[in-house]
Every structure is written in C-alpha cells, then in structure tokens.
Design a protein around this ligand. Structure first.
Ligand code: SAH
Ligand code: MG
Length: 215
C-alpha cells in the first residue's frame, strides 16, 4: 500500500454504494480473485468522466467488465466504450456482465491481444483507460498516442507497483525486473513526451492522468 492504510480506510469509508450490477460484478471478482480497479481509482474515474464528458472511450484490459460497466454509468447517452480483453476465460464473463447491465449498445468488447487490436482501431478516442499487463504499457503507447484526440485524456492504473517502483533494480526479484524497468520507462515517457502533460497521482496502486496537447 502506497498511502497510509488508515487514510485509505478512512477515504474508502466515505464511498457511496454502487449500482446493483456493479456490486454483483465486484462480489464475483473478489470471490474469484479477478483484478478490478480500487475504490480510489473508481472515484477518480467518476470525477474525470463527469468533467471531461467523453464521447468515445477506449479501455485496454476489460477483466470481467467491472470498470467498463462502472464507466458506462457516468457517461452521456450517446457515448460509447470500446474495451479490449485477451484472456479467453474472462471473455464470456465480460459479455455476460455487459448483457446483465443492459449495456450491449454502449460497451463493445474486442477479443484479442491489445498489441494487435490497437493497431487496427481507428481513433480518435477522447478518453483512454489503460489497465492491462503493466509491462506492455510502454509498447502500447505509440498506438495510444495515435488514437488519442487532441485534449484527450489518458489514465493509467497500477503504475507504482505497490511502491516498489522506487526500489533499486538490484533489490527487485529477477522475474519482476523487466516490469520494473518498463514501468519506469513508461512513466518517464509520459512525463517527457512533448505531446503529453502528465500527473502521477500516488493513490490506489498509483495512477497517472495525461492530457494530449497540441494536435
Ligand atoms: N479494468 C478491469 C480490470 C482489468 S485487469 C476492471 O477494473 O474491471 C487487467 C486485464 O488486462 C486482465 O483481465 C488481462 O487478461 C488483460 N490483459 C493483459 N494484457 C493484455 C493484452 N495484451 N491484451 C488484452 N488484454 C490484456
Ligand atoms: Mg488495475
């Protein structure tokens, strides 16, 4: 946990309850150990969506559809969400949850590896939520930048890796070193790419919010 646990507990204790369908998906996700966004990211997304009012949203990493369904509740009636998932076991669950939420006309699932799908998608998207395999964020970035509209917002989840992002690579276990290096490269790029203005927000598991500048 990056932030003092008691602070997190306090902040989360103020959260209002969710829609019935979101609570249902959340319960299932917790019981079956499927990752879903944390409460801090949830309220962050709600606020940004309410400010930005995006029309075309892209999510990389559907999980079982929790965040897509949640986001669909905070966008206008004519907005659409495209979401990408490659894990075969999760794909039927995403579909089922979209259906249960009666959002078939709002959320479209792209089945397959984002590495391929991103290349074929056509932009522009005015809101992109990156929540897939952390080691791949840096590889996705060129396509993300192509797909993002001017003034479009990019939000990325899990960028501080439980705080281990600040550890020296020598104390990171060998198998995690690639992720560690790539996430550092990603954060550096978000902060230094001349097309982006980025803030790194140390809540949840670490969030970034970027806006595309110029055209
Ligand atoms: N956004 C979801 C949680 C996503 S968990 C929510 O909060 O409800 C991350 C998901 O990304 C996993 O289900 C994983 O299978 C998927 N994923 C990881 N790498 C991917 C890739 N290259 N292409 C497509 N999906 C990917
Ligand atoms: Mg996440």
């Amino acid at each position: 946990m990056i932030v003092n646990e008691r602070i997190v507990d306090y902040i989360c204790s103020l959260e209002k309850s969710n829609s019935k369908i979101c609570e249902e998906i959340e319960e299932y996700a917790i019981a079956t150990h499927v990752p879903i966004i944390r409460k801090e990211m949830e309220s962050f997304l709600r606020v940004i969506l309410s400010i930005k009012k995006p029309k075309r949203i892209l999510e990389v990493g559907s999980g079982i559809g929790y965040s897509a369904v949640l986001m669909s509740e905070y966008i206008s009636a004519d907005s659409r969400i495209d979401t990408i998932e490659n894990y075969k076991k999760r794909i039927p669950l995403v579909k089922e949850n979209i259906k249960k939420a009666a959002k078939e006309n709002v959320i479209k699932l792209y089945e397959g590896d984002a590495t391929d799908i991103l290349k074929d998608l056509e932009g522009p998207y005015d809101f992109i939520f990156m929540d897939a395999a952390k080691a791949q964020y840096i590889n996705f970035l060129p396509d993300i930048l192509r797909l993002l509209s001017p003034e479009g917002v990019l939000i990325s989840d899990n960028v501080l890796q439980e705080g281990s992002i600040i550890d020296s690579k020598f104390v990171i276990e060998r198998r995690d070193r690639t992720i560690h290096k790539r996430m550092r490269d990603y954060l550096y790029e978000l902060k230094h790419n001349e097309k982006l203005e980025t803030t790194i927000v140390p809540i949840g598991d670490g969030i970034t919010m970027s806006v595309k500048i110029g055209d």
